[in-house]
Design a protein around this ligand. Sequence first.
Ligand SMILES: *Cc1c(COP(=O)(O)O)cnc(C)c1O
Length: 309
Amino acid sequence: MFKLPSPIQQVELGILSEKGVELWVKRDDLIHPEVSGNKWRKLKFSFEKSKREQLSPIISFGGAFSNHLAALAAAGKLFNFPTIGLVRGEESSQNNPTLKAAKEKGMELRFVSRSQYREKDILIKELKKEFRNALIIPEGGADVLGVLGCTEILKEVNEHFDVICAACGTGTTLAGLALSASDDQNVLGFTAMKQGLQLVDRVDELMDRTIKAGFDRIHTHPYELATAYHFDGFAKVNDELVEFMRNFTKLNGFYLDPVYTAKMFFGLFDMIERDMFPPGTKILVIHSGGLQGLAGMLHRGINIYPEVK
Ligand SMILES: *Cc1c(COP(=O)(O)O)cnc(C)c1O
């Protein structure tokens, strides 16, 4: 059902041979057409837990175009688990492609105002009262089980890479990579939102909690963050990014998502151009999926890949 281990392939672009840098991509976007990328990595152990402990429904949170809710809804349908998504914002967003698909997969959607959404503790308390046997997953799958799922990514890679790159939202994927990389590897996260350095505390906390939960690893130089490639904020795109995405896809034959992986690849190429990696460096980028977001962009009038519907 899932394409695991996900394949890795080399990325070709002129600048790479000029700079003597090798770039490979781990195609987690191919894991499943709907439960894509790092979202399945982060959900896998929660689904195992809810099956083992018979916890139901599975409830989580997200924005109106959330890759996480889309993946949860699709996985719920695949494994026959009832799911509920608490969506930040107005009920009018229920007709966007992300939420329409989630609903079709059987997810119950509940819309909460932005102010309610910020008071998650209160929401969770109410949910626990209403559903005594639910499994509640934080937004973005940002918990220890999510981190543990992401520690499996590098286990699938036999070759040596000097640098491992991931796009960051909650930082859960980065935490899993940082905990599972070897000491001679650098882990580099690209933040998808402004004020990216705030992520350090969250990633460190996720790593701490995962070690406390019994994960056998204490890493000395865990990760670095590139925070300059957010393109003015989360889910914002401009012409330069769109052109970069189209060129990248023409050359490499696979798609990027506008919210995370495109900004990461853009930033990485910028860093390579600026000679931030010595010749001979081998870089592995995790393609974390998120391609369902392209339909959301189209819904908002931004047609990045005219051939993708
Ligand atoms: C959710 C998502 C991320 C962010 O992952 P975190 O573990 O929350 O940092 C990165 N890339 C894509 C495509 C995503 O959908």
